[in-house]
Design a protein around this ligand. Sequence first.
Ligand code: F6P
Length: 360
Amino acid sequence: MPTRIGIVTGGGDCPGLNAVIRAVVKAAAKRGWETFGILGGFDGLLTPVRSRRLDYHEMDGLLFVGGTILGTANKGRFAAKVGLGEAQRIPEDVLAEAQHNVDGQDLSALVVVGGDGSLSIAQQLFEHGIPVVGVPKTIDNDLEATAVTFGFDTAVACATDALDRLRTTAQSHRRVMVLEVMGRYAGWIALHAGVAGGADVILLPEIPFDYETICRQVADREREGKHFTLVVAAEGAREKGGGYVTQGAREGNREAHLGGIGAVVTAEIQRRTGKEARACVLGHLQRGGAPTTFDRVLCSLFGVKAVALVAEGKFGHMVSLRPPVVGEVKITEAIGRLRTVPPAGDMVRAARALGISFGD
Ligand code: F6P
């Protein structure tokens, strides 16, 4: 019987998941291996197992398709993270059931494609005896031990496009336009899109803001004859001394659902400056659609490397990009350590030099 490997996508979806699946299936097929997709996230490993063989020919055209053909979930019996820095042990019986089913399916390895939460699950599966290899995914780009995760570049491109569109309507109406973007507790999407889209104010979780400073920027621009202002707010941005804005209470063992800061900031800017202001929440548009060329290349490299790690028996490791090298690190080096924007880093300093305010 040929070697069989499994692949599972966990957590929120992300542009490029299908491109990784494609690369894994193709690289495995080149070795004469079969790949089985676990359906619906990690719960697909539980009885009754939900999996299907992924055919080499089925991969045609998948490179640029958004979403994941396997399905995914960020809830279920495998929750390994409940909030900022809070890890959670997966019950022993759940891990044992997964191991029993991995053995029952004759899978000699499991490729886990996911962010911090899914890789925390991967680590626990590995500690339980399942040969696991990780591939780092998340639009938030908040994983340690890799220079970049796939999906981030596509999310930034989407947010930048939104800023380009908001600029013209802001200019026409002489308004303040506030774009709220995702990123959870890290401001990478807001920072990169803000610089790429020429925002005037960028609000990040890492740099708490005050309204006076934001409104001063709006006023300064007015004086310069610029009667509109573009603000990009990360969903985790918060006022100095304030808390995160969330969409209601945390549900059970799920992570807090951030969101709403854009509307709060918009109302306050309008109240303080008297200028008309509007909010736009980009939301899940950032997670859909075709991956950018950069992400397609990254996903292809990551998928091929994951199969190579399986071949080398480097289990408990995650593919990692350290330009120009696509290498590997222990999964433990990547999880539980949020990679956030350094407030004094080059990117923030460059943005300030361009006249962008962080509201601090
Ligand atoms: O981690 C990816 C992400 O899109 C975050 O940026 C966002 O806070 C969260 O997932 C949204 O999750 P959901 O799809 O469950 O609303």
